[in-house]
Design a protein. Structure first.
Length: 176
C-alpha cells in the first residue's frame, strides 16, 4: 500500500512538472506617453487631444463626396517667460492624405488652423507657418479644420485612412 501511494505521488508530481514545462508565455508591450508643456506654452483642443485621435470623414451618397468633420476648438498660448509672448508655428510632418493603399487613389486633405491673433485660417504644409502671434502671451482661442479634396471622388466600397502629423514650434517674442 505504501508503495502504491508513493507511486501515485510520484505520478502526480510528474504530471504537474510536465504541465509546468509546457506552459505558454506571452507578453504585450503598451506604449505610454505624457507630454508636459514647458511653462505656459501649449496648443490643446478644449476637450483634449484624446477626443480627436480618430476623426471620421462621412461619405455623402448624394454628392458622392467626403464631408469635412466638425472643426476642433483649440486653445493656445505662448508665454516664453517674463510676461513676453511669442509665436507658434505649425506645419505637417508630411502631406495629409486619405489612402486606400493605392497612391493613385489618394485623396489630399487640407488642414487649416486659425486663432484670435491670426484670424485668417492658415492652410498647413510641410513648411512652418505662424498660427499664433501675441506679444503679450495671452491665451487665444482658435480652431483646426480638415477637408478632403473635393475634386477627388472616392472609390465605392473602399476603406480610406491616413494620419495628420502636426508639428508645433514655440518661438519667443522678437524685440522690435
Amino acid at each position: 500500500m505504501t508503495t502504491k501511494r508513493i507511486m501515485l505521488a510520484i505520478g502526480a508530481v510528474t504530471m504537474t512538472m510536465a504541465g509546468l514545462a509546457h506552459a505558454d508565455t506571452t507578453s504585450q508591450t503598451i506604449n505610454i506617453r505624457a507630454d508636459v508643456p514647458s511653462g505656459s506654452s501649449y496648443i490643446q483642443p478644449l476637450d483634449g487631444w484624446n477626443a480627436h485621435t480618430n476623426v471620421k470623414f462621412n461619405y455623402d451618397v448624394f454628392s458622392k463626396k467626403l464631408q469635412a468633420p466638425q472643426p476642433i476648438a483649440l486653445q493656445m498660448q505662448n508665454d516664453q517667460g517674463g510676461g513676453k509672448g511669442g509665436v507658434i508655428n505649425a506645419s505637417l510632418a508630411e502631406p495629409a492624405v486619405l489612402s486606400d493603399g493605392t497612391s493613385g487613389d489618394d485623396i489630399p486633405v487640407a488642414v487649416t488652423i486659425s486663432s484670435k491673433s491670426v484670424p485668417t485660417a492658415v492652410t498647413l504644409t510641410t513648411t512652418p507657418q505662424p498660427i499664433y502671434n501675441d506679444a503679450a502671451g495671452a491665451v487665444n482661442n482658435g480652431s483646426l479644420a480638415m477637408s478632403a479634396d473635393a475634386s477627388k471622388t472616392p472609390n465605392l466600397g473602399t476603406h480610406y485612412e491616413g494620419t495628420v502629423d502636426l508639428v508645433f514650434d514655440f518661438q519667443p517674442a522678437t524685440s522690435s
